[in-house]
Design a binder for this molecule. Structure first.
Ligand code: BT5
Length: 327
């Protein structure tokens, strides 16, 4: 989606950091009339932007709405590519579906799809993902790394580290990662990651990284099925958290780590992942489609495969499973 003049205006006022910008200056910069500037300002005010008009000085932006629209995310975004195009939809079945469609139309690396609500948010194996309106981050990022298909699962791990770093930075909490895709705070799930891909004979065409992060829910906002296992950052910190800051921070770290990965490979990122993991070194039960194995989770391979040693001494490579850990 192209950023409209209204969004660009919001961006300009955000970048002014509370300093007034005159109507004439805005009119000149955007090549529009002052009346037109005023109309765009009114539009923004209706959307929840707090803009006051200071006599003889200009417009001052003092607050922005708690929304995930491009205009609220992009002005302070510190990335080169990720999130430079944001497709925002207030309500959608699943941002994964939109991202898959967009990826097929050839959109660029780093395009992000964001929604306030998903009516059919999904986890792995078609499980449901609770996505209450305005309370979380429901985001799918399209990446186009030049890597072989079997390396795709590494991106689930890389994305997990990026999300953990962002949560640490914005809230000060210290989350853990449960292999492969759960981020826990105090033992409860606050984020899930779903990596899907489009590939052909030439390899990966697009990775679609779905991130579902519970930001500002109260217990009542979760469905009964997940209420006991889920948590939100607000429930853990007691404070409303900025979804906009979190999105910017996730995109920033994901971009940094993708660069490290392309230049140096998975090694350093694997170490980072291990440092946040609660799974490694623990006795775990791995439930898979056909069997359940119990043993010690010894580590992950360079391809992100979990190494599980069972009591008979055999080492098993687990590609995908649900993990239960002993407390
Ligand atoms: C995941 O699957 O954890 C991946 C979730 C990915 C969601 C994002 S949101 C943006 C994008 N668009 C989508 O449609 N999806 C992605 P899995 O490991 O299969 O875990 C699913 C399980 O987590 C469910 O069966 C529930 O038990 C639990 N669950 C559902 N909603 C939850 C929530 N909001 N918070 C915590 N746990 C939840």
């Amino acid at each position: 989606m192209n950023i409209t003049v209204t969004n660009k205006l919001a961006q300009r006022l955000m970048e002014a950091s509370g300093e007034p910008v005159s109507g004439q200056q805005l009119a000149d910069e955007f090549g529009i009339s002052r009346t037109s500037v005023w109309k765009h300002i009114k539009d923004l005010q209706e959307k929840g932007y707090e803009i006051t008009s200071v006599k003889k000085k200009g417009y001052v932006l003092s607050d922005i709405p708690d929304s995930l629209e491009a205009s609220t995310i992009q002005p302070l975004l510190k990335t080169q590519l990720l999130g430079k195009t944001i497709e925002y939809i207030a309500s959608t079945e699943s941002t994964q579906i939109i991202a898959h469609q967009l990826a097929q139309t050839g959109v660029s690396h780093g395009t992000a799809v964001l929604a306030e609500e998903q009516t059919a948010g999904r986890g792995r194996m078609a499980r449901k993902w609770d996505s209450a309106y305005g309370k979380g981050i429901w985001m799918s990022i399209i990446l186009r790394p030049d890597i072989p298909v079997q390396r795709a699962p590494q991106f689930t791990l890389i994305a997990a580290v990026a999300v953990v770093r962002a949560i640490e930075e914005v809230t000060g909490l210290r989350p853990d990662i449960k292999w492969p895709n759960d981020i826990l705070v105090n033992g409860k799930k606050c984020t899930g990651i779903l990596t899907e891909l489009q590939s052909d004979a030439d390899g990966i065409q697009a990775l679609i990284i779905g991130i579902g992060l519970n930001a500002n829910q109260e217990a009542d906002d979760f469905s009964e099925e997940v209420r006991n296992i889920a948590t939100s950052l607000k429930m853990e910190t007691g404070k409303h958290v900025s979804r906009q800051e979190l999105v910017r921070s996730i995109l920033f770290y994901l971009e940094q780590y993708t660069e490290i990965y392309i230049k140096e490979g998975f090694g350093v990122l694997k170490l980072m992942w291990e440092s946040y993991s609660t799974t490694i070194g623990k006795k775990v039960r791995a439930r898979m489609a056909r069997e359940t194995l119990e043993g010690i989770a010894e580590g992950i391979t360079d391809d992100g495969v979990l190494q599980l040693r069972t009591a008979d001494g055999k080492l098993h490579g687990i590609y995908s499973a649900d993990i239960e850990m002993e407390k």
